[in-house]
Design a binder for this molecule. Structure first.
Ligand code: BYC
Length: 322
């Protein structure tokens, strides 16, 4: 769409502006930061992008838990790179949110005060090394399934951030698959460790896609605005269809006795998800909610000196240039 509030836009009334916005969305054009947009569209984007950014930086915790105990130098180097990538994703996303007029500080304050969410998945513990593989395979796999369509999101800065994030996520997914394959084909103990991790991460991974469509408060509007391109249930089904044959190739079993190929539907059927658990985790009652938030707050406090030093440096640099 056009950039900047043009002289023509300045003289348009609200309904004319809305018509321009609707036409741009209908034509699959991108909405850019200086374009007029409905307040509710802006608020929905800030909510979703902030939640996404928070998930990236909180998601660093469960995996970083294993950096010091990675089983080889190679595995350690790969895991460090992955965790750093997640920090980078957080930065791209906070920057995308900033283009909507909300600062990173404001969003972090809301996260720390428990006023904004992050993904339910990161409230589960990483008990063994195999969890790093299971997260890569299942959690990153689910994230990619959800995020590839976001590359076509109607809001330009979010869509463009997602292109790079998805490229990195697909590397993450493959490293997880490869780590899990090594365990699955290893000793009986290693195989059992891989199976145990998959048993624990499978159902929470399906919950990442959000509540079922009939309980999803935002989906209809977000799809009309082309922020979301598919419903929660559609993406969840897509993920199950991808993961089920991969599990077979890995030599691991997904913990769902009802999982089977349905020839008629052309999809895998799967068992009922425990939505009570999902809503409890969202309310703050998951196994690690408290630990994740308090570690995040502590990390933010510990980093205060870096922010102060960077601001002082930027101030001096600015003076030198004047
Ligand atoms: N966890 O109306 P709905 C990653 C909330 S991957 C927590 O369907 P929407 C990573 C929802 O916010 C994870 N909360 O919402 C991977 C809403 O509550 P509010 C991050 C959830 O937005 C590997 C309420 O439930 N990915 O970062 O239309 C390593 C009703 O839901 C969850 C993204 O954020 C959940 N799982 O659809 C490191 C992708 N699901 O806000 C990092 C972008 C729902 O009204 N986000 N809720 O209080 C999206 O695509 C969408 O926001 C969702 C939810 C599909 C997640």
């Amino acid at each position: 769409m056009t950039t900047g509030t043009s002289a023509a836009e300045a003289t348009m009334d609200a309904s004319a502006l809305e018509a321009v916005f609707d036409a741009a969305v209908a034509a699959d054009e991108r909405i850019e930061p200086r374009d007029w947009m409905p307040d509710a569209y802006r608020a929905t984007l800030v909510r979703q992008i902030a939640q996404h950014a928070h998930s990236e930086i909180i998601g660093m915790q469960p995996e970083a838990n294993w950096i010091t105990r990675a089983p080889s130098l190679r595995r350690k180097a790969i895991l460090m790179a992955k965790v750093q990538d997640e920090a980078g994703h957080g930065l791209y996303l906070y920057s995308a949110a900033e283009t909507l007029g909300t600062s990173r500080d404001e969003l972090l304050d809301k996260l720390h005060a428990g006023r904004q969410k992050y993904s339910s998945i990161f409230n589960y513990p990483t008990l063994t090394w195999a969890d790093v593989g299971a997260i890569g395979w299942l959690v990153d796999g689910a994230a990619i399934t959800n995020q590839v369509p976001l590359c076509r999101c109607s809001y330009g800065p979010y869509a463009r951030a997602m292109v790079r994030i998805c490229k990195e996520e697909s590397f993450h997914q493959r490293q997880g698959y490869e780590a899990l394959l090594a365990l699955s084909q290893g000793t009986p103990e290693q195989h059992a460790m891989a199976q145990d991790a998959v048993d624990r991460w499978w159902w929470p991974s399906l919950m990442m896609f959000g509540p079922p469509d009939d309980e999803s408060s935002h989906s209809a509007q977000s799809m009309a605005w082309k922020i979301k391109r598919h419903s929660n249930d559609e993406l969840r089904q897509r993920f199950v269809d991808i993961a089920a044959p991969q599990a077979e190739a890995l030599g691991l079993t997904l913990p769902d006795p009802d999982l089977r190929w349905n020839e008629e539907r052309g999809h895998y059927d799967f068992g009922a998800i425990d939505w009570t658990e999902f809503w409890e985790v969202l309310k703050g009652n998951g196994p690690c909610n408290e630990q994740r938030l308090s570690k995040r707050r502590q990390a933010h406090e510990d980093g205060a000196w870096v922010r102060e030093a960077a601001a002082a440096y930027a101030g001096k640099h600015g003076e030198a240039q004047r």
